[in-house]
Ligand binder design. Structure first.
Ligand code: CP
Length: 308
């Protein structure tokens, strides 16, 4: 039962709870009209201390499509944050008005501080370079709907594996399934953090390899998860410029991939996927963005205890 719970990181929900949520998302996708009054009278607060397009809009669209309403900010300086109000006081105040809250924050752990300060469900919409669990719900739903499940798949994660919080969350979530293998493709400087390598991959005996060559990895993959080099988390511009175009997926590289491989990307993209790849039926990143709204509809209903 997810009613009243928080979602701070991907392991907060059991596999069974996730499967139930994905089943609900599938039912919503099949017949969205059935759910237009599911959240009548409910209010979602969106507290975005960092920029967002997909996460914020998909949460807001999700609540509106369920009949609920939305309050919030996308620019913290338009709120009393600008006067120095703490996260705890902000969330306690928001809880006086809303039924659940979504928070994105540049500091790791900020949504956890918020969740501990209120009884209202709090959803982490991305905290610094740490976790992004609702992107993981989006990614998992997309893999489940296209590859019919998660067992026995080889997932290639490519790009900025150091700062890319979506990759950290995805690896954590997929580590619970059978025979999932990872190929981690990154430049030396942007390798996966030690806590993911040791605490998640090695500790759970998960097969993985770390490679530099994109071409070498592509033929092995069932899922290619591309990521953007996270400019905003670099300490100096020179390093960013040197690394930003290390991997660019284009039509010619797609020829090396399996016929059924899918390409995912949490978006936004910069240069790492050429626009020409969009017309390839294996390019699933815009389907993935749309699934993000449906899975967030299912999440909102579940946390509010609204029956599907
Ligand atoms: N995928 C993702 O988090 O996108 P936004 O930053 O646009 O929300």
């Amino acid at each position: 039962m997810l009613k009243g719970r928080d979602l701070l990181e991907p392991m907060d929900f059991s596999i069974k709870e996730l499967e139930d949520m994905f089943d609900l998302a599938d039912r919503i996708i099949e017949d969205p009209a059935k759910y237009v009054h599911a959240c009548d009278g409910k209010l979602l607060a969106t507290l975005f201390y960092e920029p967002s397009t997909r996460t914020r809009f998909s949460f807001e669209a999700a609540m509106l499509r369920l009949g609920g309403q939305v309050i919030g900010f996308s620019e913290p300086n338009s709120s009393s944050v600008a006067k120095g109000e703490s996260i705890a006081d902000t969330i306690k105040t928001v809880a006086c008005y809303a039924d659940l809250a979504v928070m994105r924050h540049p500091k790791e752990g900020a949504p956890k501080v918020a969740a501990h300060s209120t009884e209202m469900p709090v959803i982490n919409a991305g905290d610094g370079g740490h976790q992004h669990p609702t992107q993981t719900l989006t990614d998992l739903l997309t893999i489940r709907r296209t590859l019919n499940g998660f067992d026995n798949i080889t997932v290639g994660c490519c790009g900025d594996l150091k700062f890319g919080r979506t990759v950290h969350s995805l690896i954590k979530a997929l580590s619970r399934y059978k025979n999932v293998k990872f190929v981690l493709i990154s430049p030396e400087e942007l390798r996966i953090p030690d806590y993911v390598r040791k605490e998640i991959l090695m500790k759970n005996g998960i097969e993985f390899e770390e490679v530099r060559s994109f071409q070498e990895a592509l033929p092995k993959l069932d899922v290619l998860y591309m990521t953007r080099v996270q400019k905003e988390r670099f300490f100096n511009e020179e390093d960013y410029i040197r690394l930003k175009d290390t991997y660019i997926l284009d039509k010619s590289k797609m020829k090396l991939a399996k016929e059924k491989m899918i390409v995912l990307h949490p978006l936004p993209r910069v240069n790492e996927i050429a626009v020409e790849v969009d017309e390839d039926p294996r390019a699933m990143y815009f389907v993935q963005a749309k699934n993000g709204m449906f899975v967030r509809m299912a999440l909102i209903m579940s946390l509010l205890g609204i029956e599907g």
